[in-house]
Structure formats: structure tokens, C-alpha cells
Design a protein around this ligand. Sequence first.
Ligand SMILES: [Zn+2]
Length: 73
Amino acid sequence: MKNLKDFRFEKFACPRCKSKKMIRFAWESGAELECTECGERFDEEDLISIDDPSNILSVKEKLAFIHAFKEDE
Ligand SMILES: [Zn+2]
């Protein structure tokens, strides 16, 4: 018998290379999944809430975006 969390976790594939070899890192505030194939990391929340993989930014891309935004101010 599988619970919903296991089901969700199993369907995750890397938005970049489609690998399902994702390693999960969890903290109190959330979780990230790191792809063992291409090395990119993604917020678990994004993988759950965004249907189109091309709209999912990696953690690195998000940090770069936030940084660029701050420098503009
Ligand atoms: Zn990947």
C-alpha cells in the first residue's frame, strides 16, 4: 500500500534530462531534489505545482534571477 507522498515522489523526473534518479534533500522549510544525471537541483514545491517542465527553474537559476533582480535596484 502506497501513500500519496510516495506516489508523488516516484513520478518526479528531472525537468532537464528526464532522469528519474533524483535524490531528495529535506529541511523543515521544504525539500529539494537533485538529479544524479545532470547535477541540477530543483525545489520539490516547483515539481509538484508546475506541470510544464520547461517552466521549472533550477535552484541555481532561481538564485541567479534573484541576484540579478537585486542588482537592478
Ligand atoms: Zn537531470
